[in-house]
Structure formats: C-alpha cells, structure tokens
Write a protein that binds this ligand. Structure first.
Ligand code: GLY
Length: 416
C-alpha cells in the first residue's frame, strides 16, 4: 500500500513511521512533512490545497490518504477526495463539525445524553458582555465557536480576566458560549470508528502548559504518556459506553456518520467523567505515545475504518508504557526564532524514537522551523523506566534557546 499522510508535525511523522514499520505500507509520502522524514517522500504542498492533494494522489498512485490536522477535515478534504474515488481516512466535513464548531459538539452531546458541562451561548460581543455582569461564581470557561488553533478557550478566574478575553477576541459576529468550570484531571481517549463501530485506544495524558508544574501559557502540548492511570479499565468502559458509542450512534442518526478518529478530551472528578471537547483526528502529542504501543497493524485499522468493517477488529496494545517529551523553541508559544541548527540527534540511544515536528533539512543539516521542534519518545515495561530513558537521552539534543518540561507524567508518578 502507498499512503499519503497530510500534515507536518510530530503526529504525522509518527503515523508515517508506524505505517512503514508495522508492514502496513510499502511507501508513505507526507505533505508537506518535516526534516525527520526522508526528503524524497516529503511533498511540498499545502494540505488545504485539495486540488494539489488530488494531483499528488494520482501522480504517486496513492492507495489511501491519512489526514493529520483538523483544518483540512473541517474544510471538507474527505468529501473532496471521496468524490474523486480516492480512499481517505477521516470524517466528512459535516462530521468534522464536532471539532469545527464547539457549539455543534454541545448540541450533539446534549441531544444524545453525553456527559458535559452545562452551557449558555451568545451571539455577538455585546450579548456576552452584558451577560458577564450577571456572573457571580468564578472561574468560568469562555469558548469561542469555530477553529481557533488552541486559542479559543479561556478559563477566567475573575471578572477582569473574562472581560479582557472577550474584549480582545470577540466581535459583533462571534458566537461565544460560557460553561461551568469543572475541576479535575484531564485525559485524552481516542476511538477509531467506521461510522458504526467504535474501538477505544488506551488513554493518554497531554501536558498543555508550557512550563513545569502546569504553569505558563497554553501550548499545543509539551509531552504525553500512555496509558494514563486516571482512566482505569472501568472509566475507559464508561467513556466508551457513555461518550464514544452515543456520539457515533448519534452522528449516524443525524445523517453524518463519523469515520476516523474521534478524540474525546475528558475530565475526571472522582467517579464522574465529562467531555471537555472533541477533536476529529489523532491528538498531537498523544499519537506519539499511542502508536508505539499499538499491537495491530495501523494500515489494517485505517482500511477497516474506510471500508466499514471495524467490527471484525479488536484493538490491542502492548502491556508497556510510552512517554514523549517535546523540545520547543525558546519563546514558544509566543514569538520564537527559526533556523537554529539542531545538534545531538545522532547521539541518542537506539531505543529512543525522535519524532520531528518543526524541523527542516538544509544542506544536510537539521534546522528548527517551528515552535514544537522534536518529540523524544521512549517505551518500556514501566513508566519510570520509560521516563528515565527519555530524560537521560533528551539532554544530548540541543539548539540555541531550546527548552523542555522536566515533569512529564508527574500526575501518574504522584498517584503511585
Ligand atoms: N493534544 C491536543 C490536541 O491534539 O489537540
């Protein structure tokens, strides 16, 4: 099989690595790819340029397309390629609204009885501003509808913070909603679906804040590990039965069957689980710890999702632990420099996998080209062993201004 993976991050590098390494694929192209991927397999096109994607599929005789990021899904890449009879893994434009519109996700959750925080929605800045005056209990969560590249959510702990977020981010056209703040521990549960059946992965936990101790600004994710013990077997069954299955069944009833990866951002408080949000694609960096632990051939699962026969599959995972730590550019998630030379990549131990994200190759050198640059990943029989291996090896890699969190998996370790 020849695959085309759309995207350029650590997630896409990991998907391509996995397809090649488990025997699913003879060739994997990545568009646009990054500096960690053999350059002859990187295709310099924009994944949102569907005509260009189609052209590459025909040129390279691609058997299936795997879509990494949300933007092309929400813009309808699956509908577009399906019309051209190109097999593609992911949800249709309508089904991708579960991520594309947080309000649509709320509508589906409320209609199909999926546990989530109660909310009120408002149209326009004035409406939301006048409501802010009546809020007595803080913190509250304010969410902008639509894709916002991780910047559409504010947990405001005071009226001033709420006012500042609304003033800076809302216009007369904005759809905004306010929901109750739920205190608890977050985890990511991904399910693969063919529109009928949904099979949950083991849970992973991301670390969204930039700095140790979960301090600093929100990022795309600074590291992850799996399995996340906060989602034990009984909670995983609860997420499957009370979240994933009702949404898959509901989307079918709505006439928009969901195929691909349904990612539920879950918050756990004692025995209660609630959905914070849905994504409609593999998580980044969760993928970098889930796929190394997956026993099944990834390509077989992707084909089963596309062809509608996932009910014949059982998802299996190695009884091990994986951890990935992101090395980021100084200043990220704010302003940061690019083009810094990365050294030490050849020095890391062979059992460590370094998935590239914001990197590029130039004259045989690997340079930084983004905020999240590398994902240093290990798996082992225990979480402690995997963590020790990552933190032992990560210091061998550096570039000017690089930084990483030194406490990935701290919750699992504290809970032991
Ligand atoms: N890890 C967060 C995300 O993939 O959106």
């Amino acid at each position: 099989m020849r695959y085309l993976v759309l995207g350029s991050g650590g997630r896409e590098h990991c998907i391509a690595w996995r397809l090649l390494n488990d025997g699913s694929a003879s060739e994997v192209y990545v568009a646009p790819g990054n500096g960690g991927i053999a350059q002859e397999y990187c295709i310099a096109i924009d994944p949102n340029d569907f005509d260009a994607v189609k052209k590459i599929c025909f040129e390279k005789k691609i058997d299936a397309v795997v879509v990494g990021p949300e933007a092309p899904l929400v813009a309808g890449v699956v509908d577009y390629l399906s019309k051209e009879k190109i097999p593609v893994f992911g949800p249709s434009r309508q089904a991708a609204m579960l991520e594309g519109s947080k309000l649509y996700a709320k509508y589906i959750m409320e209609k199909y009885g999926v546990p989530t925080a109660s909310h009120r929605d408002f149209k326009g800045k004035d409406a939301i501003l006048s409501h802010l005056g009546s809020i007595r209990d803080y913190p509250v969560v304010i969410k902008l509808d639509g894709l916002a590249a991780g910047k559409g959510v504010c947990v405001a702990s005071s009226p001033d913070e709420a006012l500042q977020f609304v003033s800076e981010n809302c216009s007369a056209d904005s759809t905004v909603f306010i929901e109750d703040f739920i205190d608890g521990e977050e985890a990511s549960v991904l399910g693969i679906s063919d529109g009928e059946t949904v099979l949950p992965f083991i849970a992973a936990q991301d670390h969204k804040r930039a700095f140790d101790g979960d301090r600093g600004p929100n990022t795309g994710g600074m590291g992850a590990y799996a399995p996340a013990p906060v989602i034990d077997e009984s909670r995983l069954r609860k997420v499957r039965d009370e979240v994933l299955v009702p949404v898959i069944n509901g989307m079918k009833k709505e006439g928009h069957p969901f195929k691909g990866i349904l990612y539920a951002g879950i918050i756990v408080r004692e025995n209660d689980i609630k959905v914070l949000e849905f994504n409609v694609r593999f998580g980044d960096p969760e993928t970098q710890v889930l796929l190394p632990l997956l026993k099944n051939e990834l390509g077989g699962l992707i084909e089963a999702s596309i062809n509608g026969n996932l009910s014949e599959k059982i998802l299996e995972f190695q009884p091990q632990h994986a951890i990935t730590v992101v090395i980021a550019s100084g200043g990220y998630p704010g302003k940061y420099a690019k083009g810094k030379r990365i050294s030490g990549l050849d020095a890391v131990a062979e059992d460590i996998i370094v998935f590239h994200a914001g990197t590029k190759r130039e004259d045989g050198r690997i340079l930084t080209s983004g905020g999240r640059v590398l994902n240093v990943t290990a798996k082992a029989d225990t979480l402690m062993e995997a963590r020790e291996a990552v933190y032992r090896e990560i210091t061998k890699i550096s570039f000017e201004g690089s930084f990483f969190r030194s406490d990935i998996a701290h919750r699992a370790i504290a809970a032991r």
